[in-house]
Design a protein. Structure first.
Lengths: 110, 114
């Protein structure tokens, strides 16, 4: 499985856009990039998944450059309730085992 | 919105005792999983289950662990003889399809082994 590297923590203020970048230099051709969110004392929750270019849903956007060696999760106009740990996962699309790293702890301040 | 539910929310047990953690996956889902998270650490995959058998298990999932789908709605994780290091939050997840993006997690059971 591709190794992922994310910042340990990030701080932001309400209303700002937050971009969390994940490095995955040894991503394989059949790997997908998936982001999960985890609130304290809760199970992880799927946010978004992509393979290349840009994906957008009602919660976030995912930007993937052409070489796919990194990806950026973009959260528009964060609120206090976006305070959570965000995980970047890279694995083959047909793999259902989720391998979590340490994630990025996002703290949103008022 | 359908949810995965887990019981109990908290369980305290003595070392060496057996515990059964229960999960009710989302009703039309076919794939079931258990993960655990030791306090302050990463979420770790334990086992995946499909078509009434284990699809994959991690090295954590040794002979002390077993899973079962005893009826059409429940999915259980049994720890035969608990150890102190089994203390963790245990999450059940389910999905309709295999893959990375479709797993729905339950709220977890916090297990404390004394």
């Amino acid at each position: 499985l591709a190794k992922t590297t994310q910042p340990i923590s990030m701080d932001s203020y309400e209303g700002q856009e937050v971009n969390i970048t994940c490095s995955h230099n040894n991503i394989a051709t059949n790997d997908y990039i998936t982001w999960y969110q985890q609130f304290p004392s809760q199970g992880p929750r799927f946010i978004i998944q992509g393979y290349k270019t840009k994906v957008t849903n009602e919660v976030a956007s995912l930007f993937i450059p052409a070489d796919r060696k990194s990806s950026t999760l973009s959260l528009p106009r964060v609120s206090l309730s976006d305070t959570a740990v965000y995980y970047c996962l890279v694995a083959p699309g047909d793999t259902d085992k989720l391998i979590f790293g340490t994630g990025t702890r996002l703290q949103v301040f008022p | 919105e359908p949810e995965v539910t887990q019981t109990p929310s908290h369980q305290v047990t003595q070392m060496g005792q057996e515990v059964i953690l229960r999960c009710v996956p989302i009703s039309n889902h076919l794939y079931f999983y258990w993960y655990r998270q030791i306090l302050g650490q990463k979420v770790e995959f334990l086992v995946s289950f499909y078509n009434n058998e284990i699809s994959e298990k991690s090295e954590i999932f040794d002979d002390q662990f077993s899973v079962e789908r005893p009826d059409g709605s429940n999915f259980t994780l049994k720890i035969r003889s608990t150890k102190l290091e089994d203390s963790a939050m245990y999450f059940c997840a389910s999905s309709a399809l295999a893959g990375q993006e479709t797993q729905y997690f339950g709220p977890g059971t916090r297990l404390l082994v004394l």
